[in-house]
Design a protein around this ligand. Structure first.
Ligand code: NDP
Length: 298
């Protein structure tokens, strides 16, 4: 029976370190870390995420600022706001909540954020720094950074000799996750929708990371006995067994089958999800320390 990798407990530990770093920043540099979150439109799920990021930021001792713009905001107005936040010395981290309404070009908005303030780690500068191994000045995308922290909790810092397979190659998750595993000396395979014999590729993995958004796609017989499973996917499915109209969240891994084979695995929910928001706070305090010229936590 696989042991459970408790993302909530790991996130609590990260947040305690972030709060301590935020207090040190105030003490040593007289600076309060500032996080600005920009949301466009009224997508209810995005508003829930943004509200919880704001609350979490305040709990860490940050100044939290939310900019809520109407759904019909023009690209130029959104870019002008990003420029204002780029220039604002009290703001150390900027996050534009995705997805944006269809008429806006999300990529050019994301790329307009100053890399030093890009706490989502999505600018090409930060992606390039991760790729070239510059961890001292870059910021890493939050979900892969959180998933990697969970891998380290199981295997330690050095993954030499271990095979890692990442299923999914998005810029947001799969590609940076592959880079983090490679930097930790794992032998990495990136799999995706065009991979032949995906089950055989997955069975090679000592560390299997699934990020496709395909509920229950990874079956028990795709898993090497004793492997560590990081399930990133989140899909809401109908759950008639819980009552009429009820739903529940599931991951990319068929949980009950995998549990019988794997050595350790993340639950969904309660695995990678809580780590994402914790790493956003970690990136914000790192960015603020760097901008204030004091040593940043690692
Ligand atoms: P994308 O849709 O951008 O990427 C999905 C990837 O999965 C693509 O690379 C795609 O391959 C691959 N894929 C899709 N179907 C298959 C298949 N049948 N076999 C193999 N590969 C497949 O998604 P994201 O990376 O943004 O997110 C992935 C999942 O992670 C989603 O469920 C999302 O909700 C979740 N997520 C969770 C977060 C959290 O905080 N826990 C944060 C971010 C994401 P190809 O490139 O060939 O099309």
């Amino acid at each position: 029976m696989a042991s459970v990798i408790d993302g909530k407990a790991a996130a609590t530990a990260v947040l305690a370190d972030v709060t301590a770093a935020s207090e040190r920043l105030k003490r040593e540099a007289g600076v309060q870390a500032g996080l600005a979150v920009v949301i466009v439109g009224d997508d209810p799920a995005s508003h829930v995420y943004v509200a919880s990021k704001g609350k979490r930021a305040e709990a860490c001792g940050f100044r939290s600022v939310q900019h809520t713009l109407p759904a019909d905001t023009e690209q130029a107005d959104l870019l002008a706001l990003v420029e204002r936040l780029n220039a604002d010395e009290a703001i150390h981290g900027i996050l534009v909540q995705l997805p944006l309404p269809g008429h806006l070009d999300a990529s050019s908005v994301t790329q307009a954020i100053r890399p030093e303030k890009d706490v989502d780690g999505l600018t090409v500068v930060n992606a390039g720094k991760l790729m070239s191994g510059d961890r001292s000045s870059g910021l890493v995308s939050c979900t892969p950074a959180g998933a990697m922290r969970l891998v380290r909790d199981v295997h330690g810092e050095d993954l030499s000799g271990l095979e890692a397979v990442v299923v999914g190659r998005s810029n947001l998750f799969g590609k940076p996750m592959g880079q983090l595993l490679l930097a930790a000396n794992a032998t990495v395979t990136m799999a995706h929708s065009r991979t032949a014999d995906l089950s055989a590729v997955c069975r090679r993995a000592d560390i299997l990371v699934a990020a496709t958004g395909r509920a229950g796609m990874v079956r028990g017989d795709w898993i090497k006995p004793g492997a560590t499973i990081i399930d990133v996917g989140i899909t809401r499915i109908d759950a008639p067994e819980r009552g009429p109209g009820k739903t529940r969240l599931v991951g990319d891994v068929a949980h009950d089958e995998a549990e019988a084979v794997a050595g350790a695995m993340t639950p969904v929910p309660g695995g990678v999800g809580p780590m994402t928001i914790a790493m956003l706070m970690a990136n914000t305090v790192i960015a603020a320390c760097r901008q204030a010229g004091i040593e940043a936590p690692s």
